[in-house]
Design a protein around this ligand. Structure first.
Ligand code: SF4
Length: 350
């Protein structure tokens, strides 16, 4: 087992953080059955601290594992059908399929086969964070920032070969040429499939995070309203892909703990884990994000526990140092700003 201290952890290549080791689970086809969700929740509690983060690539990041627990956790993921037993195959899972493939009738069939074909062609030596994203169209058309973006609606029999050539061109480079994200208007709430009786429903995770108990409650929602499965997405939301129009009122009541309004400040404010989860943090970044959201803070803002800037999405940021904050409008993560010594409130309103 390799413990990574830099970027891009995977299931078998954990990253050391302040609260233990962090691994990523990439659900095949961005889909988890309710049974797989329950296995994931149990394994994360048994081998880690049960904290989950949904990443901007739609992966589930699991925190707080011990070195001895990593292989046990990985075995549980393989048994649940959420990972391959071969670490090399897991390392090559760089394709983000459309999250609603198989549920939204407008997403072209065959898109998952294309994703698998591309992953079989991944050459060694790609930049560490290299990502291929497939935009399937439909009610949640869009992709996160990625090195290669495929529009599934314009695919031809040559598309996989075209991607293979692009990947070969990127081999040996420190990083790819990242294509900007194309976001859907909002993933939150109900998205009807055409004029049919079903649609997708996006449940926002406050600050992109939940815990094992939260996953178990999502599994219940999947069973009651989603045909027994739930999807990850790159938009801080888990998606129920098969929600009946007639169930909407009941679903909104049952799902009230999740973010159901696209204007909710918990979607605009982002934060790293901060203290006490990360030993490099001097400020409780995520708890402070909660305080600002409760105060109705306007506008986009990221709160970073230290100058490393994990998961910094760009834009205005509060950077913690020695228990205080500095505010930077356009930050280059990894560079320490001149200390401003601001309180949270002063930095947020500066
Ligand atoms: S940015 Fe946040 S999570 Fe990353 S090392 Fe600093 S405090 Fe830890």
């Amino acid at each position: 087992m390799t413990i990574q201290r830099g970027w891009c952890p995977s299931l078998y290549e954990p990253m050391a953080t302040g609260d233990g080791l962090l691994v990523r689970v990439k659900p095949p086809a961005a889909r988890l059955t309710s049974a797989a969700l329950r296995t994931l929740a149990d394994a994360a509690s048994q081998f880690g601290n049960g904290v989950f983060e949904l990443t901007r690539r739609g992966n589930l990041q699991v925190r707080g594992l011990t070195p001895a627990g990593v292989l046990g956790f990985a075995a549980a993921m393989v048994a649940a059908g959420l990972a391959d037993a071969d670490p090399a195959i897991e390392r090559h899972r760089i394709v983000m399929p459309p999250p609603l493939a198989g549920d939204d009738p407008a997403v072209p069939p065959g898109v998952l086969a294309l994703a698998e074909a591309v992953e079989r062609m991944v050459p060694p030596g790609l930049p560490p964070k290299f990502c291929v994203a497939i935009d399937g169209g439909g009610v949640l058309a869009g992709v996160p920032a990625a090195d290669i973006v495929i529009d599934a609606r314009n695919c031809t029999p040559d598309t996989a070969m075209w991607v293979q050539r692009k990947m070969r061109d990127a081999v040996g480079h420190a990083r790819g040429v990242v294509q900007p994200a194309r976001q859907p208007r909002s993933a939150i709430g109900f998205h009807r499939y055409g004029t049919g009786h079903e649609g997708a429903f996006g449940l926002g995770l406050p600050f992109g995070q939940t815990d094992a108990a939260g996953l178990l409650r999502l599994a219940e929602l999947a069973d009651r309203f989603g045909g027994g499965a739930i999807r990850t997405s790159p938009w801080r939301a888990m998606l129920l892909g098969r929600v009946a129009l007639r169930d909407l009122t009941e679903l909104r009541i049952a799902a009230a703990e999740w973010v159901l309004d696209s204007a909710d400040p918990r979607l605009r404010i982002t934060a790293c884990v901060g203290s006490p989860g990360c030993d490099r943090a001097s400020v409780p970044a995520r708890a402070d994000a909660g305080l600002l959201a409760a105060q109705g803070a306007a506008g986009r803002l990221h709160i970073s526990g230290c100058a490393k800037g994990c998961a910094y999405p760009g834009g205005p940021v509060l950077v913690g140092e020695a228990g205080r904050y500095s505010r930077v409008e356009n930050w280059r993560a990894g560079t320490a700003p001149a200390p401003q010594g601001l309180t949270l409130e002063a930095a947020a309103s500066a």
